[in-house]
Structures are given as C-alpha cells and as structure tokens.
Design a protein around this ligand. Structure first.
Ligand SMILES: Nc1ncnc2c1ncn2[C@@H]1O[C@H](COP(=O)(O)OP(=O)(O)OP(=O)(O)O)[C@@H](O)[C@H]1O
Ligand SMILES: [Mg+2]
Length: 276
C-alpha cells in the first residue's frame, strides 16, 4: 500500500512503542525447544498490567528457531532439497513459541494478534525487501497488539533465509515512526563486553549514537546458539532507528517488573541509547 493511501486511511501516524522480548528471556538458549513458561506468563501479566496503547511486540527465537535454522543452514539460503523440511520446521517451531506467548497474553485478555513474517515479508540477500505492512498498521489502529517474531522467510535471491527479530523490530520502528524501542534481554543492559564471559564488564547507563558506534566492536558475537549475530547483530540493526531519533532502552526482562516499569515510563536499571 502506498504512503498516500495509508495517510487517507489514518494508518500513518500511529507512533507505537516497540517491545522486543529476547529469545534469551522466554527460552533457555542452552537447551533445545526449552520454553521458560514462568517468564512467558510473568511477561504477559506485566504487559497486561502496563495496559499500553499502540504497542507492537516482537519476540526472538531462542532455543526454538536458532538450533533448527543452524542445523539446516537456513540462513545461508537454499542449497539442497533436504533444507526444505528444515525451513518448514524452523518456521513451525517459531509459530509454536509464538503460540505459547499468544496463549499467555490472550488468557489475560490482552488483545494480541499474531503477525507471521513469512506470510507478509520477502527479503533480498537477508534484508527486508518488501513488507505488506498495511494489516499491521490496521491492527494497531483497531486497538490490537500485533505480536511478530524472527522467522524463516523467503528471499528473492537466496530462496530463503532467516529474518531476525532484531532486523524486524528495527524496520518496523523506523517505518512506523516508533515513539520508543524497549529491548528486553537476559542481562541488565549493554556492557563494554559480554557480561556472561567477563564478570567485571561495566554496564553503560546512557550512550549517544556516536558513543555506541565507537563501541560496536565490543559487542559479543553469540556464545549460546544464535544465528542472527547476538548482541553485535542487535546493535547493528538498532543504529538506523537511533539515527531516526527513536530512543532505545535495553533492560533485563528476566527480572520481574522491569518490562512493566519500562512500559510505564518508570526508570529501572538498564541502558538508554539516544541520538545525542
Ligand atoms: N556487550 C554486551 N552487553 C550485553 N550483552 C552482551 C554483550 N555482548 C554479548 N552479550 C550477550 O548477548 C546476549 C543477548 O543477545 P542474544 O542474541 O543471545 O539474545 P536475544 O536476542 O534475547 O535472543 P534471540 O536472538 O533468540 O531473540 C546476552 O545474553 C549477553 O550474554
Ligand atoms: Mg539474538
């Protein structure tokens, strides 16, 4: 749908809050298909209690998407027949994880609706090339909470690939002019190196875009299974959104009430990244 049509239908000026819930929070990334049901239920309750209008949720793959995508080399594109079932399986397990989260939200009467990337997005060499985003905007306008996720998607050059939840949320944030981005992970914020490897790593409370760019090399490539680049990939994806002036807060979503408070605009320990 063109910009003009979207304006006419009131779908362009929604300024949502974008919430990314990391796969590191809702699954155990050292296992396989290991959902953390307690955290999924707690987060659904926090999202319910915060009662935020204009919210879009993106979640990652954790130990659902990543290990299967890795086993079949889905990220690198279509090379042999045996990958076809791997693509189907990667997508399927993502819908299973998504279903667990959707269940927890809808049980609490959060009007969440799942938006499946592989059905509305095509990538070109791994980057989003076309995204039929009008339904997403229309869901928001109707007062629903769209929930989307990293997924196996079709790619116009590679045949297929993996679209990370990180690329997806940054793209949506930029396209929909998000008011703010909240990223929930399983550590307290952004550190000068991976806090799980270096116990003395120092957390940043505030960073400007310029400072962030200088530090980029310090953000670790994944240790636990992650086919989309771990914290390094996440930061790289975030930069265009920050350049657009959208503030980003990285908080520990494994700690009770951190997501609730951040959604409510209350200050919690974490990292705030702003353009300047
Ligand atoms: N400089 C850093 N600061 C903070 N965390 C870092 C840093 N470098 C690496 N990490 C690691 O990044 C991890 C979070 O990224 P990761 O991609 O593994 O999780 P996620 O994005 O939540 O999961 P998914 O990709 O499944 O959604 C943390 O668990 C942390 O150990
Ligand atoms: Mg990741």
């Amino acid at each position: 749908m063109h910009e003009k049509q979207m304006r006419e239908q009131g779908l362009s000026a929604l300024e949502p809050t974008l919430l990314k819930i990391g796969g590191s929070v809702i699954t155990d990334k050292s296992g396989e298909l290991a959902a953390r049901m307690q955290d999924i239920n707690r987060l659904a309750q926090e999202i319910h209690d915060a009662n935020i209008k204009n919210l879009i949720i993106v979640h990652g793959g954790g130990s659902f998407g990543h290990p299967i995508a890795q086993k079949y080399g889905i990220n690198a594109g279509f090379k042999e027949e045996s990958q076809r079932i791997g693509f189907a399986e990667t997508h399927h397990v993502m819908t299973v994880l998504n279903g667990l989260f959707m269940d927890a939200l809808i049980w609490r009467e959060v009007p969440a609706v799942s938006v499946t990337p592989s059905s509305c997005i095509l990538t070109k060499r791994g980057r989003i090339q076309c995204f039929e985003e009008a339904p997403l905007r229309a869901f928001l306008k109707m007062g629903f909470i769209p929930v989307t996720f990293g997924d196996a998607v079709l790619d116009v050059e590679l045949g297929f690939t993996i679209l990370s939840g990180d690329q997806l949320f940054s793209y949506i944030a930029t396209r929909l002019n998000a008011k703010r981005i909240i990223i929930g992970v399983d550590v307290d914020g952004l550190y000068d190196s991976d806090p799980k490897i270096k116990k003395t790593a120092k957390m940043f409370k505030h960073l400007t875009l310029e400072e962030l760019k200088k530090l980029q090399a310090n953000f670790g490539k994944p240790t636990a299974c992650d086919v989309t680049g771990g914290m390094f990939g996440k930061i790289a994806e975030l930069i265009p959104a920050i350049e657009k002036g959208i503030p980003v807060t990285i908080v520990n979503a494994s700690k009770p009430n951190y997501i609730y408070k951040t959604l409510k605009g209350e200050k919690v320990e974490g990292t705030l990244i702003e353009k300047e």
